[in-house]
Design a protein around this ligand. Structure first.
Ligand code: SAM
Length: 224
């Protein structure tokens, strides 16, 4: 898989690329690249934004700036791109990102993420240059970078070989093994801490009982 993140802060993604599962994914041939939206702007002095029509506070990222960045990267007319690949504009007002969408995106060969700033993108970016508009939650971030990092993290850890222990991904929150529910609680040493004991079943050595206990705890959490 190749993920391109278009951002005004490409250097922030160096940290993401240092993360273990991202490094594992890159060693397996997957790629995560940060593309500087400012580097290809057609406007003077690296300008990328302008005042909103209709008035109001803040600045809006221009559609021609995003168009130029996409054209420089892919060498094709950017309005054709959404039909060819997933181009995801990050926006608080978009479709909610969840595990099912992460799994869907993990099946793509190429992904493009567009990080907004200021008041966000000119709406024509969402309408004509993106295939999806995605939100990571019902709150407003200062920019799309953290949202893109969340998407990259959740998607890349789903790629075979990205996690050190493949079985970690098989039975975790929202996986089919847990019927799409949250994961059961974990405990480790010490077995007794400030009078709080770990559940007896977990130290019983009875694997069938442990499995049953975990399924039950997962179901209980889903019911909460
Ligand atoms: N004026 C916008 C609004 O009221 O929804 C907020 C713009 S926000 C300050 C700047 C950028 O951050 C957005 O263009 C988007 O890329 C990103 N962003 C903010 N919240 C987000 C969220 N919950 N999910 C995904 N991206 C978000």
């Amino acid at each position: 898989m190749r993920i391109d993140v278009f951002t005004l802060f490409p250097e922030w993604f160096a940290w993401v690329r240092e993360q273990r599962h991202v490094r594992n994914a890159e060693e397996l041939g997957h790629e995560l690249r940060a593309v500087d939206l400012r580097a290809t702007t057609p406007l003077p002095a690296g300008k990328v934004d302008d005042t909103p029509y209709g008035g109001g506070a803040g600045m809006v990222i221009r559609v021609d700036v995003v168009e130029a960045a996409l054209r420089a990267r892919y060498g094709t007319d950017p309005v054709e791109l959404p039909a060819e690949r997933r181009v995801i504009a990050l926006s608080a007002a978009g479709r909610r990102f969840d595990d099912a969408l992460a799994a869907e995106l993990a099946g793509e060969a190429e992904l493009t993420l567009l990080c907004g700033r200021y008041e966000g993108f000119d709406e024509r970016v969402h309408e004509h240059l993106a295939s999806d508009v995605v939100s990571i939650g019902p709150y407003v971030l200062s920019g799309g970078e953290l949202a893109a990092m969340v998407v990259c993290d959740a998607v890349l850890r789903k790629l075979p070989g990205a996690l050190g222990h493949a079985e970690s991904a098989l039975e975790e929150s929202f996986s089919p093994a847990l019927e799409g529910g949250p994961e059961y609680p974990h405990f480790t040493r010490p077995a007794r801490w400030r009078g709080h004991e770990v559940p007896e079943v977990l130290v019983s050595g009875d694997h069938a009982r442990i499995r049953g206990w975990r399924r039950e705890r997962s179901r209980e959490r889903r019911a909460d």
